[in-house]
Design a protein around this ligand. Structure first.
Ligand SMILES: [Zn+2]
Ligand SMILES: [Zn+2]
Length: 166
């Protein structure tokens, strides 16, 4: 799947994409009360790994991630920053008692990654149902949108003033 993601992201953003595997101890990012991993902390970790050698760095995880104001998130990024994160955890069909579907998992994960990278490039949330920059609360929201940017996101820019988008 990483191979497909690498090729697709390269195509969408017209850049070279390098995949690096890091086996890291994430225990310091774990919240024992929520039984989840702190996404702000993981984003800071990815920021610390980013070097100027790359345009953007996006950390891909398989753990359940949250930010304090939300039960869970699929990913987050620093608006007009250099880094983002995304997690597979809530994208797996098995999580919802449904049969494993690798194609659907790939589609969901690439949408999350494209969405978060969009934030790093200054794109804000979009109301167009099919637009990849539409915000997603549930996995069904991800399934309803496409992996592409629409042309209308600029119209909604004034609604999004947060420094960090998710
Ligand atoms: Zn849009
Ligand atoms: Zn977002």
């Amino acid at each position: 799947m990483l191979d497909r993601i690498q090729k697709n992201i390269a195509l969408i953003f017209d850049v070279d994409v390098v995949i690096e595997q890091n086996l890291m101890d994430l225990s310091e990012h774990y919240d024992p009360e929520r039984l989840q991993y702190n996404a702000n902390s993981l984003l800071a970790l990815v920021n610390s790994l980013h070097t100027n050698q790359y345009l953007r760095t996006i950390g891909l995880f398989r753990v359940d991630i949250f930010i304090p104001i939300l039960t869970f998130i699929f990913g987050q990024a620093t608006f007009e920053g250099t880094c983002g994160i995304g997690s597979l955890y809530r994208l797996r069909n098995e999580k919802y008692g449904l049969p494993r579907n690798d194609e659907l998992l790939y589609e969901r994960f690439r949408k999350v990654i494209i969405h978060e990278l969009g934030h790093t490039f200054g794109l804000i949330h979009c109301q167009t149902p099919s637009c990849v920059m539409r915000s997603a609360t549930y996995v069904e929201d991800i399934d309803q949108k496409k992996h592409r940017f629409c042309t209308h996101y600029e119209e909604n820019q004034r609604h999004f003033l947060n420094k960090t988008n998710f």
